[in-house]
Design a protein around this ligand. Structure first.
Ligand code: HEC
Ligand code: HEC
Length: 160
C-alpha cells in the first residue's frame, strides 16, 4: 500500500473512533462566533448619531490616561472639513483663532516638529485632527472590559 493511502486510512480510522467516542459533540452544529454563517454577507453596523451639539455648549470629557488625545465633546457633522486649503477644526482651535472663538487652543505639543523643535504654527503632522481626536457615540463597548484609567490625569468641565 502506498504511504498516502495508508495515511488517509489512518486518518479516517481516527475520525471514526473520535465520532464513536463523542457522539453528542459530532452531531453539534458549529456555532459561528460572529453570529452569522461564514458565507453570509457582513451586515453594516447600525448608524449612530454623534453625541453633542454645536461647539460651545459642552463640557470637556474627562481624560482617562496620561497622553490621551482628548475626545471631541461637540457635534462634528458641519465642522469636519479638513482639506489642503481649509481646516475647520483649526478655524476654531488654531493659535490665532481660539480666543475669538472661545475654544480650547490646540495642545502645546502640536507646535513642535518630530525633533522637538518649536514651530510658529501647528505641525503638519497634527493637521489631520480626527486621526487622533474622535467624536463620541453612545454605544456599548464592543468587547466587555474593566478598564479604569489613570484618574490622576483627569481634566474635565474646564474650558481653555
Ligand atoms: C465652531 C468652533 C469649533 C469647531 C469648528 C471645532 N471645535 Fe472643537 N471645540 C470647540 C469648543 C467651543 C470646545 C469646548 C467644548 C464645547 O463647548 O463644546 C471644543 C472642544 C474640543 C475638544 C476637547 C478638548 C479638551 O481639552 O477636552 C476637542 C478634542 C476638539 N474640540 C476637537 C475638534 C476637532 C478635531 C474639530 C474638527 C473636526 C473641532 N474640534 C471643530 C469649538 C470648535
Ligand atoms: C497625532 C495625534 C494628534 C493629532 C493629529 C492632533 N492632536 Fe490634538 N492632542 C493630541 C494629544 C495626545 C493631546 C493631549 C496632550 C497634548 O496636549 O499634547 C492633544 C490635545 C489637544 C487639545 C487640548 C489642549 C489642552 O490644552 O489640553 C486640543 C484642543 C486639540 N488637541 C486639538 C487638535 C486639533 C484641532 C487638531 C488638528 C489641527 C489636533 N488636535 C491634532 C493628539 C493629536
Amino acid at each position: 500500500m502506498k504511504q498516502t493511502v495508508k495515511t488517509t486510512l489512518a486518518t479516517l480510522a481516527a475520525a471514526v473512533c473520535w465520532v464513536l467516542a463523542h457522539p453528542a459533540l459530532a452531531q453539534q452544529e458549529p456555532v459561528p462566533m460572529r453570529g452569522a454563517d461564514v458565507a453570509a454577507t457582513d451586515q453594516a453596523p447600525e448608524v449612530k448619531k454623534y453625541l453633542g451639539g454645536k461647539p460651545g455648549g459642552q463640557d470637556k470629557v474627562a481624560r482617562t490616561f496620561d497622553g490621551q488625545p482628548p475626545v471631541i465633546p461637540h457635534a462634528v457633522e458641519n465642522f469636519d472639513e479638513v482639506t489642503l486649503d481649509e481646516n475647520q477644526c483649526l478655524s476654531c482651535h488654531g493659535a490665532d483663532t481660539y480666543q475669538k472663538k472661545n475654544a480650547p487652543k490646540v495642545g502645546d505639543s502640536h507646535f513642535r516638529d518630530r525633533d522637538g523643535k518649536l514651530l510658529k504654527n501647528a505641525a503638519a503632522a497634527r493637521y489631520n485632527c480626527s486621526q487622533c481626536h474622535v467624536p463620541q457615540v453612545d454605544a456599548p463597548p464592543l468587547v466587555a472590559n474593566d478598564f479604569k484609567g489613570a484618574v490622576t490625569v483627569v481634566k474635565s468641565g474646564k474650558k481653555n
